[in-house]
Design a protein around this ligand. Structure first.
Ligand code: S3P
Length: 172
């Protein structure tokens, strides 16, 4: 069946550098669905960058904006939604995602995350300190929660979009 559409929006969760945007776009193409990035929508709504939101208002304020944007996007039609690495860690955001969407954890090992986040440095959580140390702490904190996602896909896999499509078919 080439025209499979998931029953709910597929929400990509996972750490910075896991490839949520890249694999999310591929998955959207594979499933012929729109792709939307929660971080981009937060920036549009706020009229400034995520770094600026963190600097001017702090993380708690950012998490509130993030939750509202994700809730709004999950009210809309079925699509592929990429979220920032902390979104699924917020209890209220997570329960909205669990209720209204299908969560997909893109799992990646520390080395990959370190490599992928070394290229650009626009992320407030990686600003002050050693990427490897920060990411390994985040893995300990977050992976037990990310594990609750409906589907897990290894992000290193060449055809993560196809693997995910098959997993979605299997959920039916
Ligand atoms: C964050 C990840 C970022 C962004 C913000 C906070 C996090 O998104 O939402 O900097 O808490 O892990 P990406 O995962 O897309 O980099």
């Amino acid at each position: 069946n080439g025209n499979f559409t998931p029953p709910k929006t597929v929400v990509l969760v996972g750490l910075m550098g896991a490839g949520k945007t890249c694999i999310g776009k591929k998955l959207a193409q594979t499933l012929k669905l729109p792709f939307v990035d929660a971080d981009v929508e937060i920036e549009k709504a706020a009229g400034c960058t995520i770094s600026e939101i963190f600097e001017e208002h702090g993380e708690v304020y950012f998490r509130d904006r993030e939750r509202l944007v994700i809730q709004r996007l999950l009210e809309g039609p079925v699509q592929i939604l990429s979220t920032g690495g902390g979104a699924f860690m917020d209890e209220l955001t997570r329960s909205t995602i669990t209720e209204k969407g299908i969560s997909l954890w893109l799992r990646a090992d520390l080395d990959i995350l370190v490599e992928r986040t070394s290229r650009r440095n626009h992320r407030p959580l990686l600003r002050n300190g050693n990427h490897r140390e920060i990411l390994s702490r985040l893995i300990k904190e977050r992976y037990p929660i990310y594990e609750q996602a409906d589907i897990t896909t290894e992000s290193e896999e060449g055809s993560a979009d196809l693997t995910t499509r098959n997993a979605l078919l299997g959920l039916q």
